[in-house]
Design a protein around this ligand. Sequence first.
Ligand code: PLP
Length: 389
Amino acid sequence: MSDYHPETLAIRTQTERSLHQEHSAPVYLTSSFVFDTSEEMRASFAEEKKRNIYSRYTNPNCAELVKKICLMEGAAQGVTFATGMSAIFSTFAALLDSGDHILSARAIFGNTHTLFTKYLPKWNISHTYFDGTKLDDLASKVQSNTKVIYVESPTNPAIDVIDLQALADFSKKHNLIFIVDNCFATPYLQQPIRFGADVVIHSATKLLDGQGRTMGGIAVGSYELIDKIYRFARVTGPALSPFNAWTISKSLETISVRVDRHCKNALELATHLENQPQIKKVRYPFLPSHPQYALAQKQMKAGGSIVTIELDGGLQKGRDFLNTIKMCSLTANLGDTRTIVSHPASTTHSKLSSAERDEVGISDGLIRISVGLEHIEDIKNDIIQALEN
Ligand SMILES: *Cc1c(COP(=O)(O)O)cnc(C)c1O
């Protein structure tokens, strides 16, 4: 099976057919699973027998999704979650002990930042941020209690590209667990485990579903690490609904065609916007002007769906731009079929101080565009009319 290409694996990986011989996988909306004998029940609870017991533990739809993502990412095992954030929280809660320290790239998802600064300290877990684009003095930030290195690449929303191979080598040398949030890239464009990452996390809410319908999350990695995460999750209960697992798994059947078009539209839009006088800067990993263009070409199959533009004129200009948009959606999601524009400084990253925002490359006039699958001319026209008005 794993000899197939990722496009094929995302289509042909399927939970075992039922006695009805359905072509498309059914939804297993059941809380629990029945046993024929008391002995079978005993053996299942004792984990002598591997089978479904209760959907907080495992469910056929969740197992199908896990198998697909594992095959696409090159991972041994995985666990699904209700959301991306529950995958991130459970991973840290399961792998870290009180007194441990996280070394994290500074540019991370806003809620992950809040997890590090507000909640993990309750359990005496500390963190230090580093600039993911400057790894030279990283060794000086490693402490005797450092256990994990954590990054996203490309980053949100500054679209920096971080060297996964360099960080994997660094983690091995310092005996750290290297965790990557691969949400922006998707397993179709980038497989961090192939560079040496230990755990890869996704918010399935974004491009894995890709149609703005369901929430979901997943963590994949080695048997040993994922088993710890799985045991934490089955007790604490952030389980993915079988219906959402089914939706996301069906969506993966089209991930290659969707993401190809997202990337084609995004590159064309970014190239077009680079010549607009109202824009100070355009950022997209596959634009030759991107500071880590060569690295992006090395570790990603294409540039992804996110383009950022920096407007001249600060906070008010950013908000004015959103108010003049006609077609694109003003909403908190990304990686949808519909193009979405957002203004991080006044929304997702408003909890950061202005200085903290500067450090992660979020200027007051920064607009994030999650480029969708509409006709490229319609996307371009909407952005251009908003710039001009
Ligand atoms: C959206 C997102 C998350 C959180 O995922 P949810 O499914 O919303 O909980 C984590 N990391 C990144 C990079 C994201 O974009």
